[in-house]
Design a protein around this ligand. Sequence first.
Ligand SMILES: C[C@H](C(=O)O)C(=O)SCCNC(=O)CCNC(=O)[C@H](O)C(C)(C)COP(=O)(O)OP(=O)(O)OC[C@H]1O[C@@H](n2cnc3c(N)ncnc32)[C@H](O)[C@@H]1OP(=O)(O)O
Length: 515
Amino acid sequence: MENIVRTDAGITIAPVYTTPIPMQEQPGEFPFTRGVHASMYRDKLWTMRQYAGFSTAEASNQRYHYLLSQGVMGLSVAFDLPTQIGYDSDHPMAEGEVGKVGVAIDSLEDMERLFKGITLEQISTSMTINATGFILLALYIALAKKQGADLKKISGTIQNDILKEYAARGTFIYPPKPSMRLITDIFDYCSREVPKWNTISISGYHIREAGANAVQELAFTLANGKAYLKAALEKGLDINVFARRLSFFFNAHNHLFEEVAKFRAARRMWAHITKELGATDTKAQMLRFHTQTGGSTLTAQQPHNNIVRVAVQTLAATMGGTQSLHTNGYDEALSLPTESAARIALRTQQIVGYESGIADTVDPLAGSFYVEALTNEVEAKAWELIHRIDAMGGAVSAIEQGFVQDEIARSAYLYQQQIENGEKIIVGVNKFTVAEETVPEIFRIDDSIRQVQSERLQSLRSRRNNEVVTSLLQQLENAAHTTENLMPIVVEAVENYCTLGEISDTLRKVWGEHR
Ligand SMILES: C[C@H](C(=O)O)C(=O)SCCNC(=O)CCNC(=O)[C@H](O)C(C)(C)COP(=O)(O)OP(=O)(O)OC[C@H]1O[C@@H](n2cnc3c(N)ncnc32)[C@H](O)[C@@H]1OP(=O)(O)O
């Protein structure tokens, strides 16, 4: 019987590829299959951007200074769950979660502690924050202003991608309609006030983590991207302006070639999607993306094996032309990374960047019979899925109907089955196991953080001008009933020490919560 080999996305791989597929495109030119810049890493390596944040703002600030001293080129902030879903640290819903999966931020005072000794004009910062992205962006702007920065020079990214929260990640607050309004308010506000800010990071990463395969990751992410384009166009925004600052976020798994094909196909597809919707400016047609190595590919068994997985995934991301990369710590199947695991993760990027030769030429796998064929196949399969979503009325309705969630669940089930029946080999898990595992040092978060944050909040509320606070929250509530852009008032609110929880609650009153 013939031995059929397929990728996780179901693409059949030939034993040998013999047909050349001409690749006459140039990098830096439409449709950008080969990369968004003509010179790519020869002129500038990707941004080595390690996602970090835990406990209090001071503890996270220390980690950022450490990472900067070790060579990271950009910051990436992880927030705790209460911050992500709009509760101050002293709210009953925050119990047990303060400072756990990220840093706790309640007010501008926390933000000042978080970036102590860091000049915002000189570094780009990504903030993984969605439902409350507008508040963290306002806090960042308020801090930049306090530092005397020129807002036109401030650069960074907020994740701000609510659609994948409904479908895969779960930190949503408000229903889809007002959430989309907040997102497009941000597109509009930033294009005028903070033009270098990447206003969204449309994320396939979590869709993949939830169990999707590479094709689904690509298709669902681009379909979400299309929904944001349409929402902004409906608001009357100019695609040649706002689309220049949309960014993407993908996962890198172990199938090196399929992953490279996915990244190349993503750029080509997005260029066509934006063009079809009216973009003529090449910058508005470019898909720029961040990559994180696959969290779900890490194993708790023999954790040092993960260093090798992360290295393979780093090759995939960089040969795929990523703009920015986070490499996971080898211990992350067990806990947040220890400092030494975080250092090895960064060193992996540095070794690939400076020693492997990957940066020497643009799109090194172009013209490979195999990779070009795979790029075309991934693209064709992703279009099929996007057309199905279009037929359902777009990503918002496809998510509302549960289509995206069902597709992801089906793939996750299939994958798990393949591991259990041994069809898929995971080294150290279902093959090459050892009888006794050595457990590495584990990073633990102190439970007293909530107390510290609560005392700080109490003190802040007694020192700030509460009349101004009440009046600004009332103005915000009134504006939420209109179509006025909410960003200017949110910036003023945080500058006057309204807290993240108070602002979130004000809008909960008007819009309700999504269940
Ligand atoms: C899992 C976890 C969770 O669930 O909690 C998460 O979500 S973690 C999620 C963590 N997320 C992130 O870290 C997202 C990170 N995202 C980003 O950094 C951004 O959105 C990005 C992907 C667009 C990358 O932005 P960046 O500033 O780092 O890098 P860029 O590539 O834009 O480079 C900066 C400037 O250099 C220019 N530049 C770069 N390379 C070249 C070149 N070869 N030739 C000419 N110019 C170049 C760019 O055009 C840009 O300028 P100009 O700007 O003037 O054009």
